[in-house]
Design a protein around this ligand. Structure first.
Ligand code: LER
Ligand code: MN
Length: 284
């Protein structure tokens, strides 16, 4: 999408978690999809990013009406519940668990794609440990991303791979490692999700790494250094916004942040920051 100056438009999104087991996690709104769509729209967000327990627990017709009635898009769907609730990982030593992990991600891809939305693989990447070597885990992860990326492609949407900080995975922590992981895939349909919170921990230069991601960047989790709303921490956002414009990024910046001091305040602060850095004036 382009604005009047022909610069690609970056759009805003806010997270809604439908996973009670993830309480304490970095999501702005929790439960109550209808009420939280009303809030997201009232705050001025372009889209919502939803984390379901399982797609079977969402009524697609109801979601479709909610998005239409509140003029919202579905920015993406997360698969974190695959790990948090169902203990599924794409690199689990058990072939049965790996197969169920793929099935879970596939079910989210199929559901989200009907809304034109990509699916995120983050925590479900797992980690290498015990009897599984790093090489073996990377091979399993690449195989899974290849087949899930092809499935998403057939459904007309990308698949997002999110590299995480060292406390959550030992497979891919940086943009460079994410690009190295994706490079040999047969499909080019897997894009990087860069979460500014993880990047603040792992990257030497957050803006420089976004430039390195370039056209492989598919999605941004818009979070400050302390995982609170942008502006409640000490991230230097200006070079990040400049880097996103330089690579012609036209996706969502999505608030995946702690609901502090409460979800409404985190959402309002995110929109203030969004308008400051990505609103009409592109000079900053
Ligand atoms: C987990 O820390 C995270 O950032 C999520 O987006 C992963 O699903
Ligand atoms: Mn994230």
């Amino acid at each position: 999408m382009l604005d009047a100056s022909n610069a690609p438009m970056i759009q805003s999104a806010v997270t809604i978690s439908l996973v009670p087991e993830a309480r304490g996690g970095p999501f702005v709104f929790w439960g109550d999809l209808p009420q939280n769509c009303v809030k997201a729209s009232a705050k001025g967000f372009n889209a919502v990013e939803i984390f379901p327990r399982s797609p079977d627990e969402i009524d697609a017709k109801e979601l479709s009406h909610l998005l239409r009635d509140h003029n919202l898009k579905l920015a993406a769907m997360g698969t974190g519940a695959g790990w948090v609730v169902h203990k599924l990982r794409l690199t689990d030593p058990s072939p049965g668990v790996r197969a169920r992990a793929r099935d879970f991600v596939s079910s989210v891809i199929d559901f989200a794609a009907a809304f034109g939305a990509p699916t995120i693989v983050g925590s479900m990447q797992g980690r290498w440990e015990a009897d599984v070597s790093r090489e073996q885990a990377i091979e399993w992860l690449r195989e899974a991303l290849d087949s899930l990326g092809l499935r998403a492609h057939a459904a007309g949407v990308p698949l997002f791979f999110e590299h995480l900080n060292r406390y959550e995975t030992n497979l891919a922590n940086t943009v460079a490692q994410g690009l190295e992981l994706l490079a040999p895939l047969r499909t080019k349909n897997v894009k990087l999700l860069c979460d500014l919170f993880h990047m603040n921990i792992e990257e030497e230069d957050v803006a420089g790494s976004l430039l390195e991601a370039g056209s492989t960047l598919g999605h941004i989790h818009f979070a400050d250094t302390n995982r609170r709303a942008i502006g409640y921490g000490h991230l230097d956002v200006r070079p990040v916004a400049t880097a996103l414009r330089r690579i012609g990024y036209s996706g969502f910046v999505s608030a995946e942040v702690l609901p502090l001091p409460d979800g409404d305040s985190a959402a309002s602060q995110t929109m203030r920051a969004f308008n400051q850095f990505f609103g009409g004036d592109h000079s900053c």
